[in-house]
Design a binder for this molecule. Structure first.
Ligand SMILES: Nc1nc2c(c(=O)[nH]1)N[C@H]1C(S)=C(S)[C@@H](COP(=O)(O)O)O[C@H]1N2
Ligand SMILES: [Mo]
Length: 511
């Protein structure tokens, strides 16, 4: 005897709901803009003929969107029940059905502009849960069937039946918990995004990237990096959601006077603004863990002077609200470079993932020793007295940015027309500045590139050069010289412990 359809469809529904909840939680935690169900809803809207959409808006008013999501959930519920029943014949029919649903969700997510691989993670999480949980249910139901069929008195049918219901109960409870967590995670995020939108930072000005800072070569990234394209590196699985009214920075340790700053205290101070390029120590030669933005904030030199560092202090141990730490040389925060507590990036309050409401920015230091996001604590101390997050994992205590350069055009492995080829890219040595950039074709003589004009020594510098090539395979490499006359080393080292070195080399072929 087969276990009844009813129980298989129940299994389908429970498993389906759990997968949706898991995917919702994953989307909330990863701050994916398009959770799969919402993406499907939007896809349906986009594909809906205008008159139907119009009808929905007229009749359902502003609740048309939730009506659509609810409608999709109801349809999904029916589909899940159907998949459960299909699974009764062949378990893999159900699995195939779940895969098809995941593909629909994945396509809807991928169809949205600007999606990245991360946006698809919730789809995979959901599918993984569907397949795993359905396999468990199918196994429990089969065991029940086998026991009912056999006359073996050693097995108690009531017992195996209970096994299935316990499993269903556990999965349903799991759905409630996972869905609730997703609700909390997305709620906190929505709340902080809302506060962020409402913030008016009156003294913060719009970025005006100088036209002369660009070389006009297609394929070279913009000189000003838009916030949404700015590389993201942190250890936070769940990005902290810190309201400006909750934010407080305590400056203590080896100081004459402890200081505690509120957000209002901070933004009522004099604002400093600057173009500063930030990069990661883990950036490989030629890599893209680097970006340039217009940062607005308050200079740390003044704030630290108010606290009055004591004799012997040489470091500031910074801690973020989620417990990440970094050790910054005290001198870099108090000398005349524009080290700041930044509140805005490219003229807007910091994006949540870039440290809202306040982060540190220090020109000339890699992010891991300076650019603390969601910063809430600064202890003036000595390097010998602490280990920070990355230094205890083998990275160097000091992290000054290394003189570097990168070729963006032509790209590795590309094909170009023989003759004159434009080579272009960027070079950087924040807090020192770039003096010259040179390229070398096929290991030949170094020839100077033309540099675009930058407003300060703290940003990357775009450059372009021309080389003449015959048909065939070629390679071009780049090196920079800084304003102190130091020439970028060609010695190749990896990113550990204090940043990669070597000349970026690109192979291309001309025909
Ligand atoms: N709170 C916190 N701040 C942090 C990090 C982190 O993991 N947690 N990573 C640092 C590193 S290694 C870098 S390179 C920069 C990256 O800043 P971004 O993500 O805004 O580009 O942030 C720094 N600040
Ligand atoms: Mo980094």
């Amino acid at each position: 005897m087969r276990t009844s359809r009813r129980w298989w469809s129940l299994a389908g529904i429970v498993v389906g709901a759990l997968g949706l909840a898991a995917s919702y939680l994953a989307a909330a935690l990863l701050h994916v803009r398009e959770s799969p169900v919402v993406a499907v809803a939007e896809g349906v809207t986009a594909l809906t003929p205008g008159f139907i959409a119009e009808w929905a808006i007229q009749n359902l008013g502003t609740s048309d969107k939730s009506a659509l999501v609810i409608g999709i959930l109801v349809i999904l519920g029916l589909l899940f029940a159907l998949l459960g029943v299909l699974g009764r014949r062949q378990w893999w029919w159900a699995s195939l059905g779940f895969v098809v649903l995941a593909v629909v969700g994945g396509v809807a997510v991928a169809a949205k502009p600007g999606t990245t691989g991360t946006d698809l993670v919730p789809v995979f999480v959901g599918l993984f849960v569907w397949l795993g949980a359905f396999a468990l249910c199918a196994q429990a139901l089969r065991r029940w069937e086998v026991v009912e069929e056999s006359d073996d008195l050693g097995h108690d049918p009531a017992h195996t039946r209970r096994g299935f219901f316990v499993l269903v109960g556990v999965l349903a409870a799991g759905t409630a918990v996972v869905g609730g967590l997703g609700r909390i995670a997305s709620g906190a995020r929505e709340k902080v995004e809302h506060s962020r939108r409402l913030l008016r930072l009156e003294k913060v000005t719009e970025p005006k990237p100088p036209a002369a800072a660009r070389v006009d070569v297609p394929g070279v990234p913009p000189w000003q990096t838009p916030a949404e394209d700015f590389y993201l590196i942190d250890t936070a699985f769940i990005k902290p959601t810190l309201e400006p009214v909750e934010w407080e920075l305590r400056i203590h340790g080896m100081v004459e006077r402890e200081i505690t700053l509120s957000y209002d205290d901070l933004v009522s101070r004099e604002i400093t603004e600057d173009w500063i390029t930030l990069n990661c120590v883990s950036n490989e030669v030629g890599g893209n863990l680097i970006g340039n933005a217009w940062w607005s904030g308050v200079r740390l030199a003044g704030i630290i002077a108010e606290a009055g560092p004591k004799e012997g202090a040489d470091a500031v141990l910074q801690t973020s609200v989620d417990g990440w730490t970094c050790g910054t040389p005290l001198a870099a925060l108090t000398d005349d470079r524009n080290a700041m507590l930044a509140v805005a990036m490219n003229g807007e309050p910091l994006p949540v993932e870039h440290g809202f409401p306040v982060r540190t920015i220090v020109p000339g230091l890699y992010g891991y020793v300076s650019a603390c996001k969601w910063v809430v604590d600064m202890e003036v101390t000595r390097f010998e007295d602490f280990d920070a997050y990355w230094t205890q994992k083998g990275w160097s205590e000091m992290g000054p940015v290394k003189l570097s350069s990168r070729i963006d055009v032509p790209t590795q492995g590309s094909g170009v027309d023989a003759g004159t080829v434009v080579v272009a890219g960027t070079a950087w040595h924040q807090n020192t500045g770039i003096e010259t950039v040179e390229v070398s074709l096929d290991g030949g003589a170094w020839t100077p590139a033309t540099l675009a004009e930058v407003p300060s020594m703290d940003t990357w510098v775009q450059w372009r050069a021309e080389v003449d090539v015959d048909a065939g395979d070629h390679s071009v490499r780049v090196r920079a010289t800084n304003r102190d006359g130091e020439v970028q080393t060609g010695v190749e080292t990896g990113v550990l412990p204090d940043g990669a070195t070597g000349w970026h080399t690109v192979g291309f072929s001309a025909s």
